[in-house]
Design a protein around this ligand. Structure first.
Ligand SMILES: Nc1ncnc2c1ncn2[C@@H]1O[C@H](COP(=O)(O)OP(=O)(O)OP(=O)(O)O)[C@@H](O)[C@H]1O
Length: 234
């Protein structure tokens, strides 16, 4: 098992030599959840694309090969039922088929989709499609998971269940990177934070390391850091 996932991106973007993000460097220790925080357009998803080596322009590296991934927007195969999506995953992932099938079944139950196995996710609601993405990403056993805004569209029950799953995966030693705008949830469940602003790393650390006074909420920390950065104080 990898001890730690090291992210060291010099530059990344969508067009050759046009960097959207620069100098993003942080670690995701195993057994920890790292929150990737930033305003709309700050560069969170681009950072994730760079980690996965799918950014069209990329300088720098991240030493990960296999990982579970929840994309920013659901990626659904139009002509596959939920069950066929799971079959396809099982055929592509080189892990014990029985273990994968059992895990997929459990996750379908957790997210209450076990009655929908023979229906087409393309016709599912937004939250149900998000649950499909979670089931597919969390079925295989990996050392590393990347969750790009995983709470998007989920009902409160599903959010609670996902938080429990994240806890379970951390406890078995997985490193997890999660981008989110749900700062009140993030501050309760993340071990560390990486704050991104205008394509650069504004600050990283635990909540305690980022707080300037006791009990300062993450939103306030982040707002003030952005304010300082925009006024050249950082
Ligand atoms: N496929 C793409 N092609 C070109 N530019 C892109 C593409 N995706 C994102 N960008 C640009 O890169 C910048 C960073 O976007 P990114 O999606 O990384 O932000 P984000 O922090 O994930 O935002 P959000 O919170 O809105 O999801 C933005 O200026 C955006 O317009």
């Amino acid at each position: 098992m990898v001890e730690i996932v090291r992210v060291d991106i010099k530059k990344a973007g969508y067009i050759e030599n046009e960097a959207v993000i620069e100098n993003i460097e942080f670690d995701i220790p195993n057994g920890e959840l790292v929150g990737l925080i930033g305003a709309n357009g700050a560069g969170k998803s681009t950072t994730i694309q760079a980690i996965m080596k799918t950014a069209p322009f990329l300088e720098g590296e991240c030493d990960v090969e296999t990982y579970g991934y929840v994309p920013e927007r659901p990626i659904i195969y139009e002509y596959f039922t939920l069950s066929e999506h799971i079959d396809f995953l099982i055929r592509t992932v080189k892990q014990d088929e029985r273990v994968l099938r059992k895990r997929a079944e459990e996750l379908c139950k957790v997210f209450r989709l076990e009655q929908k196995l023979h229906e087409y996710p393309t016709n599912f609601s937004k939250g149900m499609q998000q649950k499909v993405m979670l089931i597919l990403a969390l079925t295989p056993t990996y050392d590393f998971y990347i969750l790009d805004e995983p709470f998007m569209g989920l009902d409160p029950q599903a959010i609670r269940k996902l938080i429990q799953l994240i806890e379970d995966y951390k406890n078995r030693g997985a490193a997890i990177l999660m981008s989110t705008h749900a700062l009140d949830t993030a501050e309760k469940i993340c071990d560390q934070f990486v704050l991104i602003h205008k394509g650069t790393l504004l600050k990283k650390g635990t909540l305690e390391e980022l707080q300037r006074h006791k009990d300062e909420p993450l939103l306030e920390i982040f707002d003030d850091l952005i304010e300082d950065a925009d006024h050249g104080k950082l």
